[in-house]
Ligand binder design. Structure first.
Ligand code: G3P
Ligand code: CA
Length: 353
């Protein structure tokens, strides 16, 4: 188990070790992964080094950078294909080609921008957190994201993974560049919990083939929407409008990143697991701690393998609470019960005397 169990103070009573193996219904029996969706985007500006660093400190297992390509061919962490929703670009630049596409601006220009909070809860600060870098809320390059995670792993001895998403569907140039940069940074399949994801199922197949050519072995995740086909299950590919059967996906993918709606349920997850596919759901955006428990718990019980969440801390706390609530049966319980039975018999004898 990757996490420390919540405090269970039972003194000298020893625990039956076999219980931990049945705590989770995930494919590997381990705790589901907390995937920092766009960083700590429920607390700080999305896809920023400051946000990723906060997510690491909160205990996330995996950092998710969505990737776009600049005009000069550099990979940057950005969800949208345009810059105006999340940055101050409108105050600094005129539109190009009628808008603010990432692909119309150079890396140097994009580096001059500031990423701003979006959504109801994100802010420019988080109590008790001081970013370690000089400019925590600039648009990071993919290289900078990997530098941050690698440094964190080297410092802590942990194996935090990355989960880059190729946002240009089925682009050979983008997929090759993602893999080249990952390989150069040691993310060649040897860092635990590292996935490469795309909504394009053909793109996922292409990534799998490229990895073989490049001697890499990261897990590949195909994104989409769960579909119950009646005689089996599939995943809707939003980039083509088609549905790919789970059996076909299992031929080149290791996991699925699925929207928390459509036909996603425990039966779907069990079918994916039967084919060796992990299931990571998106997006967990609970607005309070109690809402987090209610939102995560059914998916924990359904055996989901990972949660894309804007609120890494809430995800970590839910798993801690779940583990603490699943109190292992003491190995000495039969002896205790036998002892209690003996005491009761003694009392009955004394009462009868
Ligand atoms: O990649 C999984 C999930 O992040 C998909 O949603 O739109 O936030 O990239 P999106
Ligand atoms: Ca994503």
């Amino acid at each position: 188990m990757k996490r420390t169990l919540g405090a269970i103070a039972l003194g000298l009573i020893s625990m039956a070790p076999a219980h931990a193996a049945t705590l989770y219904n995930t494919l590997d029996g381990e705790a589901p992964l907390i995937i920092a969706h766009r960083g700590a985007s429920g607390y700080l500006p999305e896809h920023t080094l400051g946000g990723y660093e906060l997510a690491l400190q909160m205990g996330a297992d995996v950092i998710e950078p969505d990737l776009q390509t600049t005009a000069d061919g550099e990979l940057v962490a950005m969800h949208d294909s345009t810059l105006d929703r999340t940055t101050n670009i409108e105050a600094l630049f005129a539109p190009r080609n009628g808008g603010y596409r990432v692909s119309d601006f150079t890396l140097a220009e994009i580096k001059s921008l500031t990423v701003e909070p979006t959504g109801a809860t994100a802010s420019t600060s988080y109590d008790g957190f001081t970013p370690s870098m000089a400019n925590p809320y600039r648009v990071p390059t993919f290289q900078e994201v990997m530098d941050l995670v690698s440094a964190y792993n080297a410092t802590t001895g942990k194996q935090i993974g990355i989960y880059p998403e190729a946002k240009t569907p089925n682009s050979l140039a983008m997929n090759e560049k993602i893999l080249q940069e990952m390989k150069a940074n040691g993310f060649d399949g040897s860092v635990q919990n590292t996935f490469i994801q795309t909504f394009s199922h053909e793109g996922a197949r292409q990534l799998a083939d490229l990895q073989v050519e490049m001697g890499m072995d990261n897990a590949i995740a195909a994104l989409g929407y769960a579909i119950d086909l009646g005689d089996g299950f599939g995943v809707y590919d939003a980039t083509t409008g088609g549905v790919t059967a789970l059996e076909d996906l299992a031929g080149f993918a290791d996991g699925l990143g699925l929207y928390l709606g459509y036909d996603l349920d425990a039966a779907f997850i069990a079918a994916a697991h039967a084919l060796g596919l992990t299931v990571h759901g998106w997006t967990f955006r609970p607005t309070s701690d109690e809402a987090a428990w209610d939102m995560f718990l059914p998916w924990i019980e359904a055996g989901m393998d990972g949660f894309f969440t804007d609120y890494s801390l809430r995800g970590v706390e839910v798993l801690d609470r779940y583990e603490a609530s699943e109190v292992p049966v003491p190995a000495t319980l039969p002896l205790m019960l036998a002892g209690l039975g003996g005491l009761a018999m003694l009392r009955r004898r004394r009462a009868a005397a």
